[in-house]
Design a protein around this ligand. Structure first.
Ligand code: FAD
Length: 353
């Protein structure tokens, strides 16, 4: 009986070592276009991102905003840039491994790189294209004594399931979109809800702010303006009170089981900073004509890559990965000659290495 060969799920993770010719760090717009340009060069890619979705900043930070400087699109939403890129790379069937941060890369004797991610997944690759934007996004932590002992038990920077907070005394810190949106979502199910903010106004969508003000006026939510978090009280990671300070009225505590600090995200070059790459101002230095770094087989493009007069634009990153794909093919196959061809002549190749 003949068995039909199942094609691998492009979004799954695997336990065995994954071997690839090209390993791309970051599934932002530049990483996705790198898949396309490498595909046009006949190279199949594996893409890893720490986020649970593709699209990088466009999807995570401003999906509903219009972008006006993508060539050929006078006005396109950021999320639509991502879906069009996703469509464009389909013929090249990249393998995506999401929700894992790339941590280490060690060069082996045969010149290949052994890459390991935060989930313990191993990869063996002939080349790496770092399209890591500003690095991994991590939440900004309030500078509170021993906050790490409460994190994951009663202090959370994101919420997976709002039902987990049902019947709890919740304190939200911050005044931006996340603070306001989560206050509105949790108010009906929380036992008590307090918002601590260093200002007396919110910087969020106007209609959400209006809704929030109504809840504050009706006493469903207690608002503490001009206040900052001061300390945490509790045992074994379980919070009992949050201490706050008002700039004139001084210190007080709020009964609290859960603290949600929403002070935004900060980017962190993270483990990539320890790879021995030439770094300037948290960016990887490249030769813009080839995208090469100081490490053989490691390239960088997009916001993470720097050189004099670099513009951090999506279209700049697109051009950089075009240069890289061309150079990379010659790096991977030094004994062969590859003539440059327009896509109108080459078409879309399905024969990938
Ligand atoms: P990113 O989009 O940042 O993607 C990088 C990805 O790499 C992320 O998903 C991150 O999770 C992942 N990553 C990082 N480190 C690791 C690691 N160690 N392991 C695994 N994954 C990792 N640009 C324009 O051209 N026009 C505009 O109008 C425009 N407007 C903007 C508006 C806003 C509000 C913002 C914030 C940016 C705007 N930009 C605009 C900039 C544009 O979004 C960036 O230039 C672009 O996203 C860079 O793409 P990238 O793929 O290099 O990086």
């Amino acid at each position: 009986m003949s068995q039909q060969k199942k094609s691998p799920d492009p979004f799954s993770t695997f336990n065995e070592t994954i071997e690839t010719k090209v390993f791309i760090i970051g599934a932002g717009p530049v990483g996705l276009f790198a898949v396309f340009m490498c595909g046009m060069a006949g190279l199949r890619c594996c893409v890893v991102d720490s986020l649970p979705h593709i699209g990088g900043q466009c999807q995570a930070l401003y999906p509903e905003k219009s972008i006006y400087d993508i060539p050929c699109f006078p006005d396109i939403l950021a999320k639509d840039v991502v879906s069009r890129l996703s469509e464009q790379i389909k013929p090249f069937s990249p393998r995506f491994c999401l929700e894992q941060q790339v941590q280490s890369a060690t060069q082996q004797e045969d010149g290949r790189w052994h890459v390991r991610t935060s989930t313990g997944q191993n990869f063996l690759t002939n080349s790496i294209i770092v399209c890591a934007g500003s690095g991994s996004f991590v939440p900004k932590r309030p500078p509170l004594h021993e906050i790490e002992t409460f994190e994951g038990k009663s202090v959370f920077y994101s919420i997976k399931n709002k039902k987990d907070l049902s019947g709890q005394n919740v304190v939200i810190a911050g005044g931006g979109d996340s603070a306001v949106d989560w206050a509105l979502l949790l108010q009906p199910i929380a036992k008590s809800l307090h918002i601590v903010h260093r200002r007396d106004r919110f910087t969020a969508q106007e209609h959400s702010v209006q809704q929030l003000k109504q809840h504050i006026d009706q006493g469903h939510i207690t608002f503490h303006p001009f206040c900052q978090l001061q300390d945490l009280h509790g045992q074994n990671g379980l919070l009992e009170h949050v201490g706050i300070v008002h700039k004139e009225q001084g210190y007080r505590t709020i009964k609290s089981d859960i603290l949600l600090p929403f002070f935004g995200l900060q980017s962190d070059l993270g483990p990539l900073g320890q790879w021995g790459l030439n770094i300037a101002n948290q960016r990887i230095c490249i030769d813009p004509t080839t995208g090469t770094t100081n490490k053989p087989g490691i390239y960088a493009a997009g916001d993470i890559a720097t050189y004099p007069h670099k513009l951090k634009l999506i279209m700049t990153g697109f051009a950089e990965v075009a240069q890289i794909a061309h150079h990379l093919k010659n790096y991977l196959f030094p004994d062969r000659f590859f003539a440059f061809k327009h896509s109108t002549s080459s078409g879309i190749t399905k024969d990938l290495i």
